[in-house]
Design a protein around this ligand. Structure first.
Ligand SMILES: Cc1cc2c(cc1C)N(C[C@H](O)[C@H](O)[C@H](O)COP(=O)(O)O)c1[nH]c(=O)[nH]c(=O)c1N2
Length: 234
C-alpha cells in the first residue's frame, strides 16, 4: 500500500516544520510597521480553519489598533505583573523583573481571540462531557494564527498576565464571551532561535523522552526504536 499521494512535497513539509520550530513568542523585537490588511486577513482565515468541537467555531477576533485601548490593557498588565512578581523570591524575583513579558504598545496591532461559550446553542456535538472543549478549540485557532504568522514573517506574543474581568470590560465583551488570548502582532527585527525564557535562563526545554510514557503514566518506553528516534535531533 502506498500513501505517497497523501504526502506533502519535501519543500512543503520543510515549510510546515520550519513554521513549527521557528515560531516564537515575541515581546522585545517588534517593529512599528503596520501589517497590511491582506496579510492580516490571511492570518485570520488560518485561525478560522482550526478544528473546533462540533464545528462550533466559537471564536471572534477583536482587532485593536486604538492606542487608548492598548494603553488601558498595558495598565492592567502592569498591575497584574506586579502581583505576579511577588510570587518569586530572591534571585528568581530579580530575574522575573528583568523579563519583558508583553509588547502591547510597541507592536502595531493587538488582537483578542475570544470564545463565545454559547455559540451553537446548549447542545454542541462532542461537548456534552467536557464543557471546556470550546476553549480548547479557540486555543487551536490561536495556534493556527501563530504558525501562519511565522510563515508570513509576522511575530506574535501572547499576554496572559491580565485580569480577565478587567479585560472583558475594556473590550466590552458580553458575559458569555471569554477572552482566551490577548495577542500582540507585528513584524520583528529578528526571531530568536530559542524561547526568550530559555535565552534568559528562566526555564529550558524538557527532554521529550521523559515525557513519553508507555501505556500508562510513569511507564518508560518499551519500544526501543521510538526511544532511539526520540533522542535524535529533530
Ligand atoms: C497560554 C499562554 C500564555 C502565555 C504565553 C504562552 C501561552 C501558550 N506566553 C509565551 C510563552 O512564554 C512562550 O510560548 C514560551 O516561553 C515558549 O517560547 P516560544 O513560544 O517557543 O518562543 C507568554 N509570554 C509572555 O511574555 N507573557 C505572557 O503573559 C505569556 N502568556
Amino acid at each position: 500500500m502506498t500513501h505517497s499521494n497523501h504526502h506533502f512535497s519535501d519543500a512543503e513539509q520543510r515549510g510546515l516544520y520550519r513554521a513549527i520550530y521557528e515560531r516564537r513568542d515575541v515581546r522585545s523585537q517588534f517593529l512599528p510597521d503596520p501589517i497590511p490588511p491582506e496579510i492580516l486577513a490571511r492570518l485570520l482565515k488560518a485561525a478560522h480553519h482550526a478544528p473546533s468541537v462540533g464545528f462550533m467555531q466559537p471564536w471572534d477576533f477583536i482587532v485593536i489598533e486604538s492606542r487608548d485601548v492598548r494603553e488601558s490593557v498595558l495598565a492592567m498588565f502592569e498591575q497584574e505583573n506586579q502581583k505576579a512578581a511577588e510570587q518569586f523570591e530572591g534571585e528568581r524575583n530579580e530575574r522575573y523583573r528583568g523579563l519583558k513579558l508583553q509588547g502591547i504598545m510597541e507592536s502595531p496591532l493587538n488582537l483578542c481571540i475570544t470564545c463565545d461559550r454559547s455559540r451553537g446553542g446548549p447542545n454542541v456535538l462532542g461537548r456534552n462531557s467536557i464543557l471546556e472543549t470550546d476553549l480548547f478549540s479557540t486555543c487551536l485557532a490561536v495556534q493556527n494564527l501563530w504558525l501562519a504568522a511565522r510563515a508570513e514573517g509576522v511575530g506574535v506574543g501572547w499576554v496572559s498576565i491580565l485580569d480577565q474581568t478587567q479585560l472583558s470590560a475594556a473590550l466590552n465583551l458580553p458575559d458569555h464571551v471569554y477572552p482566551v488570548a490577548y495577542l500582540c502582532l507585528g513584524y520583528v527585527s529578528e526571531f530568536l532561535d530559542q524561547p526568550e525564557l530559555e535565552a534568559k535562563g528562566w526555564r529550558s526545554r524538557l527532554p521529550l523522552k521523559e515525557l513519553v510514557h508507555s501505556d500508562s503514566w510513569g511507564q518508560p518506553l518499551t519500544d526501543s526504536q521510538l526511544d532511539v528516534a526520540l533522542s535524535e535531533p529533530r
